[in-house]
Design a protein around this ligand. Sequence first.
Ligand SMILES: Nc1ncnc2c1ncn2[C@@H]1O[C@H](COP(=O)(O)OP(=O)(O)OP(=O)(O)O)[C@@H](O)[C@H]1O
Ligand SMILES: [Mg+2]
Length: 209
Amino acid sequence: MALIQFKNVTKRFDRKVIFNQLSFDINAGDFVLFQGPSGMGKTTLFQLILGFEAVDAGEIHFEGQLLHPKLLPGLRKKIAYVPQIIDWGQGKVIDIIEEFMSFQANIHLTHWRKLLAELMTRFELEAGLLEKDFSMLSGGEKQRMAIIQALLLERKIFLLDEPTAALDTPMKQKVIQYFSERTDATLLVISHDPDWQQIPNIKINLLNQ
Ligand SMILES: Nc1ncnc2c1ncn2[C@@H]1O[C@H](COP(=O)(O)OP(=O)(O)OP(=O)(O)O)[C@@H](O)[C@H]1O
Ligand SMILES: [Mg+2]
């Protein structure tokens, strides 16, 4: 059984057709890289999977079940999503993370502080950054914090939308290396960066019909 299945999905915004009868399967454990020109619908594809957008025709199945509004809370608890635009607003980084980890869906995660410290070391962020206002962070720092926040959730399905766009080459390599070792997970990554193709067994989906 496929983990995520698109069956003849059509999506329009006003009269613009974004996807016309798009079909593909993603199995548990797959690593998939979505590529395609700007504005062709990559972010929209993630919004459809997460149920933030609805299909105009066709079906999306998750774990063999037709995606229905009733399924969305359960589906979203299984997915760690790093959006393309990271907007945590204002406030101290640690306060924002603490609030996020206190949400009902995350409250069972009791070891996140240790994991946070480990991941910040791994992605070369100083602990003092937690005391800064999020709006003061650099683009690359924000991007790494968003990846770390997603990892704190200890979920097994990752949707990463341009997760390395603001990172320099060595840091980008660290992030790619990290995910390439996550063979316990299913990875859907949108990136225009060909370095993601280095991951062994990654499947490239050009989203062409
Ligand atoms: N909520 C919306 N309402 C109307 N049009 C939208 C909406 N969301 C996206 N679009 C349009 O749909 C198209 C696809 O947008 P999308 O953000 O999915 O592209 P993308 O492939 O992620 O682009 P990029 O590589 O620049 O991030 C664009 O033309 C965009 O303007
Ligand atoms: Mg996009």
